[in-house]
Design a protein around this ligand. Structure first.
Ligand code: HSE
Length: 431
């Protein structure tokens, strides 16, 4: 078979490492795939300088405008590693529609444009691979899509954002959140603008991709119940660890309900959660990612590794290029129909953690417990650790499982009580 000719768009750290590995491992890739990968073109703002730095031969075309890539003659596949949303979206959609296969690491693009991408791929009879988009070097998408394809996925729990896991790890050790973020930035872990990390949106994008892959439908990121870590205070961390025996982690959570003859329905979260210290995800520290998959037949499976960085991402991209090459060599037909919308389940009952700020006056605790009791919500633990005085002091409580809408009604009533501040933090407890 003739070589598979690819164009690499974006020669940042991941793109450069991908090109370097493709060249360094070309022979073993050829043996595993049955044909050669040829880099036909690279595209970058500094394409010429980068190509020179990577030692690419003169036969590799250097382009600075990604809009030229989809129409480039003789290119079988585009490897999109540009980052951002608008330019990659135009490039990937045009490439797929014109019958170019695509490998991308772009989580935002996939999560927000899943349906459009499916339609474009169906139109061009092209293939789309995106392992690096979720949990970097951890091969979780292929595991779900191939190895576990015969099983029934019941739930997925993931630490999917390295930046926030690093920050939460430092906070559990007593570091101030702002200092922990600065440290993450100094180490090159956090993005220059960490807003999407801290707000949980990055995790929500990854949950959307996992859900869409597991269900075959499109779960929009807006359908993922999302809250970030900015409301998590050092006192929550300390209280969770020392009193509750739990650790706070930003989790992407997916509950999947399989239904005979119908598409599976999902409940999805990207939010900080209190997990038992003995839970395997509690041991995942620093910038590491991990995913726990609960499958009906295989049981619980735990995947652990680096979720970002040049090496892990390039490893996943190479795996995708190899998978694509094998598909092209075997002539297997591309996946068919574009997806419909994912059916979303109502929120299931769970235990809640609530931190309030209250004036330490007689009757305050009793007023709080009366609201909860009056709505049938049973308190599991309640603590008021501060000293008596004129200022607001924290009240931390946890509930037994309650319906979320009932809990929210109770919270509205509690926050309207005279001695309770509007400032509060709510998190779920993982069973
Ligand atoms: N900002 C992401 C993280 C990069 O911190 O995990 C990988 O998607």
């Amino acid at each position: 078979m003739r070589p598979i000719r690819i164009a690499v768009a974006g020669l940042g750290v991941v793109g450069s490492e991908t090109v370097r590995l493709l060249r360094a491992r070309s022979e073993s890739l050829r043996q595993r795939m049955g044909t050669r990968i040829e880099i036909a073109a690279v595209c970058d703002r500094h394409a010429s300088a980068m190509a020179k730095r990577l030692g690419l031969p003169a036969s590799v075309r250097r382009l600075s405008d990604p809009r030229l890539l989809p129409g480039l003659p003789g290119v079988d596949a585009v490897v999109e590693l540009m980052g951002g949303l608008d330019a990659p979206r135009s490039l990937v959609l045009a490439s797929l529609r014109q019958g170019r296969h695509v490998v991308t690491a772009n989580k935002r693009l996939l999560a927000h444009c899943w349906k459009e991408l499916g339609q474009a791929a169906a139109q061009g009879r092209s293939r789309l691979h995106f392992e690096a988009s979720v949990a970097g070097g951890i091969p979780i998408l292929k595991a779900l899509d191939t190895s576990l394809a015969g099983d029934r996925i019941e739930a997925v729990y993931g630490i999917l954002n390295g930046t926030t896991n690093f920050i939460l790890t430092r906070m559990a050790e007593g570091m101030d959140p702002a200092a922990a973020l600065r440290r993450a930035q100094e180490l090159g872990l956090a993005e220059a603008d960490p807003t999407r990390d801290l707000s949980g949106q990055d995790t929500a994008d990854k949950v959307s991709i996992l859900a869409s892959l597991v269900t075959g439908s499109w779960l929009r990121p807006a359908q993922v119940n999302t809250s970030g870590i900015t409301g998590v205070a050092p006192e929550d961390m300390a209280f969770a660890e020392t009193v509750l025996g739990r650790r706070i982690k930003l989790l992407g959570t997916l509950r999947v309900l399989s239904r005979a003859g119908r598409r599976p329905a999902v409940e999805a979260f990207a939010a900080p959660v209190l997990i038992p210290l003995a839970h395997p995800l509690a041991a995942v520290r620093d910038e590491f990612n991990a995913v726990l998959v609960r499958a009906t037949s295989a049981g619980d499976l735990m995947f652990y590794g680096r979720g970002a960085g040049a090496g892990p991402a390039a490893s996943a991209v190479l795996g995708d290029i190899l998978a694509l090459g094998r598909e092209l060599v075997s002539g297997a037909a591309p996946a068919s129909a574009p997806p419909g919308p994912a059916p979303v389940l109502g929120e299931s009952a769970c235990s809640f953690y609530l931190r309030l700020a209250a004036l330490d006056r007689p009757g305050v605790l009793s007023a709080v417990t009366q609201v909860l009791g009056g709505l049938g919500i049973s308190i599991s633990t309640i603590h008021q650790p501060g000293a008596c005085g004129p200022k607001h002091i924290p009240i931390m409580l946890t509930t037994h499982p309650a319906r979320p809408e009932t809990f929210r009604r109770a919270l509205r009533r509690i926050l309207a009580l005279p001695d309770i501040s509007r400032r509060h933090t709510v998190m779920r407890l993982l069973p």
